[in-house]
Design a protein around this ligand. Structure first.
Ligand code: NAD
Length: 259
């Protein structure tokens, strides 16, 4: 029977969130994930018997209420919230962005963080303190042509993080943002393909361009992101709050290099 801290990770059934979940499980934490993809939730449950999971879309207030009912039913508390779920949104010039795509990006990448945080905070306060990590992006530090709604949300998450750090610090709740660069995996492959299509050039050119945006000239691994999340939420991060920390090999710029 696990006794470690209780962690909730949104979008935790696959991608970076799944790696974060596995890292917390390795540390002996009790981990609950939510995900909007029922198939990903089912395979997560099959492959990781000790994990608990809810199918929920974080952009839907009612789904988030069900998620927290489930969480409390399983563990009766919460110590760590990782607001990880997020979508890439459209890749297009501002005048070509469909308002429905704009709204969907804001709904998931910003509203969803709020819906989860507002229900998590009373549980964290009852626990006598805890930690919130918001997964933002290196797009929170730069302008990012053709990715307007995503970039606007990720910048907003920094204001969200800093304000919550101030509100919740007196309750011993630390709030930080983790800002990954391009993470190797299927999501960045899709982003690269859409960027290449929007610019009419080969995907390989865009992939090299993205690598050159970082001083280390490499993509990040999901495990690099998980390592920072587990560090921040551990005793090692006990005095760290209100920060937006890059895991990106030092992004030099996100401008496309194209006119
Ligand atoms: P991903 O596309 O692989 O999605 C991860 C999971 O989130 C999936 O299982 C998906 O089903 C779930 N999800 C999507 N929308 C959801 C919703 N509305 N409610 C609940 N679950 C939902 O993404 P990822 O690459 O693992 O990214 C995770 C986070 O990291 C995101 O916030 C993303 O913006 C951020 N990020 C990713 C990269 C990258 O290169 N992959 C870079 C910087 C930041």
């Amino acid at each position: 029977m696990r006794e470690g801290p209780i962690v909730l990770i949104t979008g935790g059934a696959s991608g970076i969130g799944r790696t974060i979940a596995e890292s917390f499980l390795e540390l002996g934490h009790r981990v609950h994930v939510c995900d909007s993809d029922p198939a990903a939730v089912a395979s997560c449950r099959d492959e990781i018997p000790e994990i608990t999971a809810t199918t929920a879309d974080i952009s839907d207030v009612d789904d988030v209420a069900v998620l927290f009912d489930d969480l409390v039913g399983h563990y009766n508390g919460l110590d760590i919230l990782v607001n990880n779920a997020g979508i890439a949104g459209p890749t297009a010039a501002v005048e070509d962005i469909d308002p429905a795509d704009w709204q969907r990006t804001i709904a998931v990448d910003l509203n969803g963080q709020f819906y989860c945080t507002r229900l998590a905070v009373p549980l964290l306060k009852s626990a006598g303190g805890g930690s919130i990590v918001n997964i933002a992006s290196n797009a929170a530090f730069f302008g990012f042509p053709l990715r307007l709604p995503y970039t606007a949300c990720k910048w907003a998450l920094i204001g969200f993080t800093k304000t919550l750090a101030m509100e919740l610090g007196p309750h011993a709740i630390r709030v930080n943002a983790v800002c990954p660069g391009s993470v190797a995996g299927p999501r960045i492959d899709g982003v690269i393909e859409r960027d290449a299509a929007a610019r009419g050039c080969p995907a390989g050119d865009i992939a090299s361009l993205y690598r050159r945006q970082s001083s280390l000239r490499t993509f990040v691994e999901a495990r690099d992101v998980a390592n920072l999340v587990t560090f921040l939420t551990s005793e090692h991060g006990a005095r760290i709050s209100g920060q937006a920390l890059g895991v990106d090999g030092h992004t030099e710029n996100l401008s496309s290099g194209f006119d």
